[in-house]
Design a protein around this ligand. Structure first.
Ligand SMILES: *[C@@H]1O[C@H](CO)[C@@H](O)[C@H](O)[C@H]1NC(C)=O
Ligand SMILES: *[C@@H]1O[C@H](CO)[C@@H](O)[C@H](O)[C@H]1NC(C)=O
Ligand SMILES: *[C@@H]1O[C@H](CO)[C@@H](O)[C@H](O)[C@H]1NC(C)=O
Ligand SMILES: *[C@@H]1O[C@H](CO)[C@@H](O)[C@H](O)[C@H]1NC(C)=O
Ligand SMILES: *[C@@H]1O[C@H](CO)[C@@H](O)[C@H](O)[C@H]1NC(C)=O
Ligand SMILES: *[C@@H]1O[C@H](CO)[C@@H](O)[C@H](O)[C@H]1NC(C)=O
Length: 459
């Protein structure tokens, strides 16, 4: 039942060179994900002498590195493979800085709210998914997300379009006069995640406030023939009355993710209608009718995806999987689309070193390579792990998460930089019965006690 036509087609031609994927096998998913992650990380230069942790080379923008490390946090969650954890920890903490704000001087000149929030998603995922703690001397993962939340809450702009955030932070940047879903939906999702994670009602209030703005804006159009449509953004000049009609799948994904978190936290039925509506729009607009494989329709069919556009499918798929997990009644509807897309993606990872192209509806490698292609394939291929393994849903402070947080991070006072207590995290891992790893962890704990800088030496 799960065999899509793409998979059938690749069987028919003998599966030439593609990454093999059996979505019913944890081992197969892990191996395919590992191959794709390896190829993705081979683009990373932030650990080279003379470069800075967290950087990708040209032509990748800074935000894309944040997104890449978000997927690497997910990679560890889905597969349990710790190979890239030290690199990931180093990259995220370096870019967060000692205030946890993800406003490094090298980037602030052209940093947008959406750029910043993607790094915050990486930190938030680390808190939710039991990722090892940040480098000592830095804020905790949760405090990083809270720092970004606090800064963005201050940027709420009631004077234009009735509220919302501007895209850009700096007044001189093109885009300061634009309000977009990536920034507003990004803040909405971050607030929803903090609400669920910390159970602090201030974050629920902000989630509601942002949702009221988004859902009343011209960017949100429920009830069309294909379901709810989401538009990219609108110019402030016309008081956001004329939405930019561009269709990007991640704008749908970012809202689905936020809605899933807040529904799961509040258990209020009012969040279900928007979820169903946006799911309808997502499936009808972005997934191929018969094969159910995702396609970035704005650019993929005419080979015009830019560097950013090549990443979009990754977020849509990530947050669809999250929705299936946190809004269980949507799971049955969502999984066939992810499964088919995973098969499509794997079939397109058929470069000479298994590198992935972007045209998942085709089984012959399209000849393209890049971080966005790898990221999208990785998100597709690793998600089905949720169906074969009983992985814990994103944790909260009440369900065992250990990253403590600092509600006042990023507000100018001293951010708590005691981080997530490393030894507390290790103890937790041992007592929660990571049997195979317990010996190693005990050894690490010893090193931690002796050395203090154990994360540098632990892998
Ligand atoms: C940097 O990280 C990548 C990916 O993990 C790895 O392939 C490469 O060897 C590393 N380079 C250095 C200099 O450590
Ligand atoms: C910013 O650039 C300087 C000079 O290359 C470098 O020393 C510093 O580490 C960079 N900061 C970050 C957060 O990458
Ligand atoms: C927006 O929508 C919410 C609920 O959907 C409603 O309560 C509110 O009054 C609407 N208008 C504004 C300006 O927020
Ligand atoms: C979603 O689509 C289904 C099938 O077309 C329809 O029955 C349902 O009313 C739609 N739901 C929303 C909220 O748009
Ligand atoms: C929230 O997510 C958990 C984990 O998947 C699930 O067990 C629970 O039923 C969800 N809550 C609601 C209200 O659907
Ligand atoms: C909840 O979050 C708000 C906003 O950051 C903060 O001011 C408040 O102190 C927090 N409350 C608790 C109990 O942590």
């Amino acid at each position: 039942m799960r065999l899509s036509w793409t998979a059938l087609a690749s069987l028919a031609i003998g599966g030439v060179g593609a990454v093999e994927l059996d979505i019913d096998s944890a081992d197969s998913i892990k191996e395919a994900s590992s191959t794709i992650a390896y190829d993705m990380m081979s683009f990373y230069t932030g650990n080279n002498t003379g470069d800075n942790p967290g950087n990708l080379p040209q032509p990748y923008y800074w935000w894309e590195a944040g997104a890449m490390f978000m997927h690497m946090v997910d990679y560890y969650y889905y597969t349990g493979d710790p190979t890239y954890n030290p690199t990931t920890i180093q990259a995220i903490t370096w870019q967060a800085g000692d205030t946890g704000e993800f406003m490094p001087q090298n980037q602030t000149k052209d940093e947008g709210n959406d750029d910043q929030v993607f790094w915050a998603f990486a930190a938030m995922a680390a808190a939710e998914l039991e990722f090892p703690p940040p480098t000592q001397g830095y804020p905790s993962w949760t405090a990083m997300a809270q720092a970004v939340f606090n800064l963005q809450a201050e940027r709420w702009d009631p004077d234009n379009c009735g509220g919302g955030l501007r895209w850009q932070i700096q007044p001189l940047n093109a885009g300061y006069d634009y309000k977009n879903i990536a920034s507003n939906g990004g803040f909405f999702q971050l607030a929803a995640r903090l609400a669920r994670y910390t159970d602090n009602s201030t974050y629920v209030d902000w989630t509601e406030k942002m949702w009221n703005w988004i859902s009343n804006s011209t960017l949100y159009e429920p009830g069309t023939a294909v379901g709810t449509k989401i538009y990219d953004g609108a110019q402030i000049e016309a008081q956001c009355s004329k939405p930019n009609p561009a269709q990007y799948s991640y704008n749908y994904g970012i809202l689905i993710g936020g809605l899933a978190y807040i529904y799961n936290h509040t258990e209020e039925d009012k969040w279900l209608e928007p979820i169903y509506g946006i799911l309808n729009g997502t499936f009808n607009i972005f997934f191929h009718d018969s094969s159910q494989v995702i396609q970035e329709v704005g650019c993929e069919p005419h080979n015009s995806c830019d560097t950013d556009g090549l990443t979009f499918k990754s977020f849509t798929l990530r947050w669809l999987a999250l929705c299936a997990q946190l809004v269980p009644q949507t799971a049955e509807q969502i999984w066939p689309y992810i499964d088919a897309s995973a098969q499509g993606a794997a079939g397109q990872c058929s470069g000479s070193n298994d590198e992935c192209g972007y045209h998942w509806l085709e089984t012959t490698w399209d000849g393209s390579t890049g971080v966005g292609q790898q990221m999208s394939a990785l998100a597709a291929v690793q998600a089905p792990m949720l169906q074969v393994k009983d992985l814990k849903a994103p944790l909260t402070l009440k369900t065992g998460a250990t990253s403590k947080g600092d509600a006042s991070a990023g507000t100018g006072g001293d951010t708590d930089t005691s981080g997530d207590s490393g030894s507390e995290w290790l103890t937790k891992r041992i007592t929660t019965g990571d049997k195979a790893g317990a010996g190693i962890l005990t050894a690490l704990l010893l090193i931690a006690t002796l050395g203090g800088t154990y994360w540098l030496v632990s892998y």
